[in-house]
Design a protein around this ligand. Structure first.
Ligand code: C2E
Ligand code: MG
Ligand code: MG
Length: 580
């Protein structure tokens, strides 16, 4: 038995040591320290507490009273504590017997035998406390948390999620054939099955997730931070697969499946107890739906998921069937009123859905990975279109294209861009890549290398929807950016007296100080144009100048530009002649 004595008074310590020595108990080892700090150091040395009990004085150089107990408990809450009191504070010692202290000894009193008995009693008492604690929280059969502890953890998780604006997913699971196994193979077989199920569940989730047994063959899983039905589906399918693998029980191979009900906080309910009910209801729906499957509590969530899968399938087919095309939206120079550039925007006409907007299909393309081939197609089309216009004798203007995170993160993205430019023989400065702010923050090392490379090839880089993303602007210095596109939401506010004009003004000044160009997005009124010109933003894009149009729609604009350029060169020439 290893005892840690925390006592700064040398004679008190010696008295205790001497009393114990007189007992000639060979199995007792005593280590003495004078301060709480030293005790903490010793207790922290190993994962398992290296002592069986702590004998604790309550008047130490670095702590006194209940505080001493708290410190020891704080580093090791499984170790029994016997406090040492003087005659004058015995009452205090008694009063803290329930605060993590298992027994007390009055100094200079009692024989070694009494002391040893008190220590053994403290160890025993602590052991049964721990056992009771365990039983109150864990399911005795499977060793995973029980219903009581699960609801407590759910309460805490939902409170935390509310503060942090995150989601909590609750999955309620019931075995489809448990009763059959129990009835035909007996309770021992039933118990083995439940243990195996608990093990499989525990092994399939991540460290922070909670798996609990709610009773019978019902289990619950709580996961924090999943974003929506798609991620939840992946988890649910994973669980169903793992649980569906054969079991070897009572010398037989058994096939057992499970039904899962799923609900999410806060979408479905913000009361934790209601969440459990919801998930239970959804689980019954899964049973009715044919078992070995899962159901969301709300129809809406389920529909959302189904809609995603349908859209994804249609897109996949659409890619093969050539249903995508590009639209171009003009960017206009506000001083000359001439075309300054174009933005290429994806359009999808589905035979069954009609026109589908990018706001609907781009997120699905990103999640499914279709954005990668689609993105390269866009790049290729843009290059091809520029060469075509040039061949037809039109003046060329820079064309920008949108790049999403999924594409940008590919290790060979920059090479593919350079390759396409070279293959079509277009001037790299005619290609402009639009990226969003978030994209540069995700993996800045990678982003920096990629942008530096593109820059070295001659491609222009602009930040799309500027002002809506991160407030951290340091990336503007770090990355080789050419253009800021002021988000539509700021432009919309111009002339509405909401104070947002100041933001637009600030963005323009910021850009000017960094020698970046600005493009105003979503310009719809002449009032907005006046504001922009006055404040020094000279390029605009928006319905006022033209909606996104197909390539042939752009040609008249290019024609006008050509006429104007010829005219201005003629004037310039004339002026030059006149001056000579
Ligand atoms: P974005 O890059 O900010 O594109 C500008 C969006 O604003 C376009 O919507 C355009 O039609 C719209 N817009 C332009 N002028 C006005 C205006 O005056 N008023 C209003 N209310 N809207 C205006 P669209 O084409 O629906 O595209 C939406 C978003 O989809 C784009 O936002 C872009 O983030 C994404 N997207 C479009 N094409 C592609 C693509 O090829 N690849 C990727 N990754 N994303 C794309
Ligand atoms: Mg854009
Ligand atoms: Mg934009």
């Amino acid at each position: 038995m290893k005892l840690l004595l925390v006592e700064d008074n040398a004679s008190d310590a010696e008295f205790l040591a001497a009393s114990l020595r007189r007992q000639r108990a060979t199995d007792v080892q005593l280590v003495t320290v004078q301060t709480l700090q030293d005790a903490v150091t010793l207790l922290c040395q190993a994962a398992e507490p290296p002592f069986d009990v702590v004998l604790l004085d309550l008047h130490l150089p670095d702590g006194s009273g209940l505080q001493c107990v708290d410190v020891i408990q704080g580093v090791c809450d499984t170790i029994p504590i016997v406090v040492l009191s003087g005659q004058d504070d015995e009452e205090f010692a008694v009063s803290i017997l329930n605060k993590g202290v298992q027994d007390y000894l009055v100094k200079w009193e009692g024989q070694g035998r009494t002391i040893l008995r008190s220590i053994r009693y403290a160890i025993e008492r602590k052991r049964s406390e721990l056992r009771m604690n365990y039983l109150a929280q864990f399911d005795a059969l499977t060793g995973i948390p029980n219903r009581h502890s699960f609801s407590e953890q759910l309460n805490r998780a939902t409170a935390r999620a509310r503060r942090e604006g995150r989601k909590v997913t609750l999955l309620y699971m019931d075995l489809d054939e448990f009763k059959f196994v129990n009835d035909t193979l007996g309770h021992d077989a039933g118990d083995s099955l439940l243990k195996e199920v608990a093990d499989r569940l525990r092994r399939s989730v991540r460290a922070g997730d909670v798996v609990a047994r709610l009773g019978g063959d019902e289990f619950a899983i709580m996961i924090e931070g999943l974003s929506g039905p798609l991620e939840v589906e992946a988890v649910a399918e994973g669980l169903i697969k793992v649980l569906g693998e054969p079991y070897h029980i009572a010398g037989r191979q058994l096939a057992v499946t499970a039904s899962l009900g799923i609900t999410m906080f806060p979408s479905d309910n913000s009361d934790p107890q209601m969440l459990l009910k919801n998930a239970d209801i959804a689980m019954y729906q899964a049973k009715e739906g044919g078992r070995n499957t899962f159901r969301f509590f709300t129809q809406r969530m389920h529909e959302e998921l189904m809609e995603y899968h349908e859209l994804e399938r249609d897109m996949r087919e659409g890619l093969v069937r050539d249903e995508f095309r590009l639209a171009f939206q003009p960017k206009v120079n506000l001083l000359t009123k001439r075309l300054q550039g174009l933005e290429a925007l994806l359009r999808w006409t589905s035979p069954t859905r009609g026109e589908v907007g990018p706001a609907t299909f781009i997120p699905v393309a990103e999640q499914s990975g279709h954005i990668v081939p689609l993105g390269y197609w866009v790049l290729d089309q843009v290059c091809r279109q520029i060469t075509e216009w040039r061949a037809a004798g039109y003046p060329v203007v820079p064309v920008s294209l949108n790049v999403s995170a999924r594409q940008f993160q590919l290790p060979d993205f920059h090479q593919r861009v350079a390759e396409a430019i070279a293959r079509h023989g277009v001037d790299a400065s005619l290609i402009e890549i639009e990226i969003t702010e978030g994209l540069m923050m995700e993996d800045t090392g990678l982003a920096e290398r990629c942008l530096d490379y593109l820059k070295s090839v001659g491609v222009r880089i602009s930040v799309d929807d500027f002002g809506t993303g991160y407030s951290c602007l340091s990336y503007l210095h770090r990355f080789p950016i050419d253009v800021l596109k002021i988000d539509r939401s700021f432009i919309r506010q111009i002339g509405q007296g909401s104070g947002n004009e100041e933001i637009t003004d600030a963005i323009i000044s910021l850009a000017r100080s960094l020698q970046l160009e600005t493009v105003a997005e979503g310009v719809e009124t002449t009032e907005q144009v006046d504001f922009l010109v006055t404040h020094g933003c000279h390029v605009a894009q928006g319905f006022l100048f033209g909606r996104p149009m197909d390539a042939t729609g752009v040609e008249p604009l290019l024609g006008e530009l050509r006429a104007w350029m010829t005219e201005t060169t003629a004037i310039r020439r004339a002026l030059a002649v006149g001056a000579a």
